[in-house]
Design a protein around this ligand. Sequence first.
Ligand code: SF4
Ligand code: SF4
Length: 55
Amino acid sequence: MAHEISDACVGCGSCKPECPVEAISEGNPYVIDPDKCTDCGACIAVCPVDAISQK
Ligand code: SF4
Ligand code: SF4
């Protein structure tokens, strides 16, 4: 299990600094490294377009 970012991502960058384990990388869309993500959920709350979900 890990969180993932969908194509709905608009690249605002808000989620990246919220991740305590630096699992989020810049991109189009932004990408979450499933091996680093601890499923804390912190990134979900800050995404303005609800592009982040748990798979
Ligand atoms: S759920 Fe937590 S650990 Fe996973 S990418 Fe989001 S902020 Fe980082
Ligand atoms: S907060 Fe949402 S829209 Fe902004 S970069 Fe992250 S996933 Fe993309």
